[in-house]
Design a protein around this ligand. Sequence first.
Ligand code: ADP
Ligand code: MG
Length: 731
Amino acid sequence: MNSLRFTAISNFTQREAETEIENTGAITTYFGENVFTLDTARQFLSDEAYKSLVASTKSGNKIDRNMGNQIANGLRAWAQSKNVTHFTHWFQPLTGASAEKHDSFFTIKSDGTPIEEFDGGALIQQEPDASSFPSGGLRATFEARGYTAWDPSSPAFIMEIGNGKTLCIPTIFVSYTGESLDAKTPLLKALVAIEKAAVDVCQYFDKNVTRVTPTLGWEQEYFLVDAGLANARPDLLMTGRTVFGHAPAKGQQLEDHYFGAIPERFYAFMCDFEKESYKLGIPLRTRHNEVAPGQFECAPIYEETNLAVDHNTLLMDIMNRVAKRHNLKVLLHEKPFAGINGSGKHNNWSLATDTGVNLLAPGKTPKTNLMFLTFFINIIKAVHDYAELLRASIASAGNDHRLGANEAPPAIISIFIGKYLTDVLKEVEIRVGSNFDETDEALLKLDIHKSIPELMLDNTDRNRTSPFAFTGNKFEFRAVGSSANCALAMTVLNTIMADTLKSFKKEVDELIEQGEKKEVAIMHVLQKYIVASKKVLFEGDGYSEEWEKEAQKRGLANVKNTPLALDAYAADKAKALFENNHIFSHAELEARHEIMLEEYIKKIQIEARVMGDLATTFVLPSAIKYQNILVQNIKGLKEAGLKPHAYANQVQVLEKISHHTSIMSDSVEKMIEARKKANKISNTRKKAIAYCDDIKGKYFDVIRYHVDKLELLVDDTYWTLPKYREILFLR
Ligand code: ADP
Ligand code: MG
């Protein structure tokens, strides 16, 4: 037997011995050594250049050419002190994790002298050959190419790949006329919007607050599998998930993997990628096994959102690269294996002031309590009002396997806040009537702070089913997919919060103008917001069927697939929201909608092709070979004069195989026809819906069902695709 499957299995046993765990010593000795931190900048820059860099890091202000030259020189000096030869503008296009185009410092002067050079121009702006990045028609519309522009708010870093080292300049990617073509540009704009809106509201409570920064702590889930076995699965290579594969006899029902010991080989990989991450300043904190076999999670200490987003994008890249060294493959797909838990990326989110206050941490005094309640209730209102946009922000072909499936946060956006805060909101709702005045301050003496332990106790399995949960001092947006760029969800979340805070301030100011005292005005608007948005609050089991029914009664949306979820981006409500907060113009929003639909179509198209290929060139031949053996056997037994009952079993298996192969092959043919039909549709949205309903919906499950049945019938030695039990349990 000479299939990739068996070669991979036999190589696997030899590989185990190569595992080596490097002892890297104290993390503090190398943390951030590959980052151009402000401390490093001070060493390599003139006073003037340093000050200008610090100022633009904080304000996002542009740096002029002259200063750009000075900073570029300092950056090059630092990079060359670390043997770096090339630089690149590093950016995050809308599809794929990150992109880069390397240039060397080396150049030849007009007089022929070879020199190393890196000037302000090359630092500040570049024009990558961007024609192949998705633009949703924007570049065509504006007849302009895209360019990358330095984002000084995220520090430059050195990426080490083998012995090669590259200086990476974080950039945004925009069209010549300024339309955003990446994940970061709108995020940066959303951060500006929320900062302004939140500072304005903070002023009611504390005049010293001058900055508010959204914080993000992501929890990255992923699977690790042997690279040899993964390489023998074309579906994993092409789509990041297995399109076929029967559930193994043992899945995750024993729950023996969760918090179990990490297998040594995987542990070596983790130590290695963590070290690379630390060098790049990614503050990783935890690692542990997840529920499914071969599934793990890592999480950092939270950071400012902008940096946290860059760090997560970098981390995914580092994981992929480092895995190769260990003959492993990292699967970041939301659902690599059917019947086994999928992967998500919880986005823990809060707002921090420059006075050191976490705005979502309940306070100790009535005044700080009111500030907490203000931000707490505003985010509930924001999520309620823009639930469909939040849903759109996490929509992808991969995440469709989780949302709405019976294991992940459902596609219904609801909020869990725990029993104590539910009671607090009820109290506010009932007691703050029209004659509420300052003497009712008792209401604000809520002992929220002391009740936090109780709140955490409430943090049981049930709230784990909530897509958006309050966890004591932050909200956890759990529906984000494991392969997603957090920027998409963070852009929407921070924008809807900014918009809600703006309206809130307007309403409060109006009441104050009418003569209400500040605190009373705030309470009145909060009470109104609770009434208006309480239907989005849900404390029960989010995975239950009752919740689906209940949510429908409440009028909450439950959009189960990406093409329809993305409609939210095209709605007038979204256009107004994003335009009013200076995040997207209408054209940008339409382009984004188009890009995401196209990405969806391509993903499903590739999956469909891979399914067809595997069914025809892997599964069918294996089935036929085994059928021939059975036929030979039956013939032989017949010739030897045995009665039919002696070979009845073989006949039965033969019939079953014929049954499954015929439906499988027939469905593959029909699916090809359906694809041809869908490809003729010119409207992108309609085409995406056709791919969703007429191709994925009609054929994927059918084909898979019959292939998986065949896997259980065909002689194991003829089966050429590595099986789930091997991919998941060989380690
Ligand atoms: P758990 O593991 O129970 O979900 P943790 O407190 O360990 O909770 O936090 C999980 C993630 O939330 C970590 O990445 C952590 O850094 C992040 N986190 C904690 N506090 C905040 C905050 N104020 N803002 C954003 N993220 C936070
Ligand atoms: Mg968590």
